[in-house]
Design a binder for this molecule. Sequence first.
Ligand SMILES: NC(=O)c1ccc[n+]([C@@H]2O[C@H](COP(=O)([O-])OP(=O)(O)OC[C@H]3O[C@@H](n4cnc5c(N)ncnc54)[C@H](O)[C@@H]3O)[C@@H](O)[C@H]2O)c1
Length: 254
Amino acid sequence: MIYVNRSAVVTGGASGIGREVARALAERGAAVAVADINLEGAEQVAAALVQGGAKAEAIACDVSRPEQADAMIARAIEAFGKVDILVHSAGVGVERSFLDTTPEEWQRILDIDLSGTFFCGQAAARHMVERGYGRIVNLASTAGVRGGTGRAAYGTAKGGVIALTKVMAVELAPHGITVNALAPGAIETELVAKMHSAETRTVYRAAIPLDRYGTPEETAAAALFLASEEARYVTGHVLAVDGGFLAAGVMHRR
Ligand SMILES: NC(=O)c1ccc[n+]([C@@H]2O[C@H](COP(=O)([O-])OP(=O)(O)OC[C@H]3O[C@@H](n4cnc5c(N)ncnc54)[C@H](O)[C@@H]3O)[C@@H](O)[C@H]2O)c1
């Protein structure tokens, strides 16, 4: 898959899955806007891409603010002339039981993980509609499909991302825009380092047929497929990148 003459915005591009998506797209020829609330981190990632010979820009953006999402897309268009691809990876997590989740935590997770997906997707799609082409890849989670302990706010937000992805796919299909989501399971990133306790790691691994956490590279590979020209007939899909977690039920290890 080649992304020469394509330009992409990767939110959450300063870290984890987003950083790896930005790197992989740039390596294959795309111009990449690395957008993140952590501007310093985004600048470091963009600088490394430029050093590798790619076109890249760092953009400061809090995805939970609609005016900042609009400004981010406008800035990317100013830099590259267009936006063909949005990979929306910005997100935060919390591991808190349903009974202990505070209204503030609930609102913060929904604002960033769910509303952020809406604001960034809408800003990008309004531009893509004018051009009649677009690829949008949202980062959902297996937590948006399965009920797991400690995922009241996070799982609800990610379940919303899946529903929103399907509505966007249907409404934007006539405009040449595909919209899909990834549902990663446990991927070794900074987010998981903060979110998964030692106990969570043991319990989680036992439920993964491939018996290990995934890597940002393995997740980025799936995002790149959905963002490619070749995936033109795939829309409204939720692709699990989870080592088989969603497929599993009772499991004996032999
Ligand atoms: N790592 C996993 O196991 C896993 C599993 C399922 C889903 N996901 C999802 O994948 C996405 C990326 O996760 P990751 O593991 O790479 O996390 P990460 O913490 O490594 O990276 C997330 C990035 O998002 C940025 N960010 C946070 N809030 C923001 C905001 N308001 N505006 C703009 N940027 C903001 C952070 O600064 C960070 O750079 C998230 O949506 C996450 O929910 C991750």
